[in-house]
Ligand binder design. Structure first.
Ligand SMILES: CC(C)(COP(=O)(O)OP(=O)(O)OC[C@H]1O[C@@H](n2cnc3c(N)ncnc32)[C@H](O)[C@@H]1OP(=O)(O)O)[C@@H](O)C(=O)NCCC(=O)NCCS
Length: 178
């Protein structure tokens, strides 16, 4: 069965909240903020994974990453996190933060590194997802997307150079005039 990852519809919210409850993750104010984007992973009619991005300009909080217990270990968590990071990049987010208890190594695979909580930008630190984390001992992690942004800028430059090339091209020699 092909699992589809997509932006959530409002009608997905009850299933997302149920998955977060089953996964023992806080659901605080998920879906209430206009800057929150939720991704869902579905096998046809069943929601089997989710993640959410709370976006605050160039900063974002990745939260609510969960996979249904009977579908863990199949690579779906990796796919959801990569989709969320790709989405963040497209939204010009530069730094993504998260809080986790127990999944530090999982997020480290995706380039997240432990980060001093007191240095988290105030918009993220005061966000519903950040403040909802029940455990003060949860590990704060950060990933910079600047490199991807530079890559995008480089591809944009390559594209514009490519676009310019035909007009700059010299006329063929030995033209047939006269
Ligand atoms: C964390 C979670 C999303 C991972 O989902 P998943 O679909 O099982 O992950 P994947 O199958 O893509 O695993 C990819 C790799 O990460 C590893 N991994 C999975 N969960 C891990 C964890 N908690 N800690 C360390 N490594 C983990 C897997 O072993 C696998 O490694 P491998 O490729 O070397 O075998 C899932 O276990 C979950 O929903 N946990 C409960 C909620 C939670 O803790 N969310 C994170 C905080 S927001």
């Amino acid at each position: 069965m092909k699992t589809k990852i997509a932006l959530a519809e409002p009608s997905d919210l009850p299933e997302v909240l149920a998955l977060l409850n089953e996964s023992d993750l806080p659901e605080a104010e998920l879906g209430c903020s206009p800057g929150t984007l939720i991704l869902t992973a579905r096998d046809v009619d069943r929601l089997i994974g989710c993640a959410a991005l709370e976006v605050y300009g160039e900063h974002a909080l990745l939260r609510s990453v969960a996979v249904a217990a009977d579908r863990r270990g199949e690579g779906l968590g990796d796919r959801i996190v990569e989709s969320a990071l790709e989405l963040a990049g497209r939204l010009r987010v530069v730094e993504v933060y998260l809080l986790t208890e127990g999944a530090e190594d999982f997020f480290a695979r995706h380039g997240f590194q432990p980060f001093d909580r007191s240095r988290v930008p105030s918009a993220v630190a005061g966000s519903p997802g950040f403040t909802a984390c029940r455990c003060a001992d949860a590990t704060c992690m950060e990933k910079r997307l600047a490199a991807s942004r530079e890559r995008r800028n480089r591809s944009a430059l390559a594209l514009s150079l490519h676009d310019l090339a035909p007009t700059d091209r010299p006329e063929p020699t030995g033209c047939a005039c006269g």
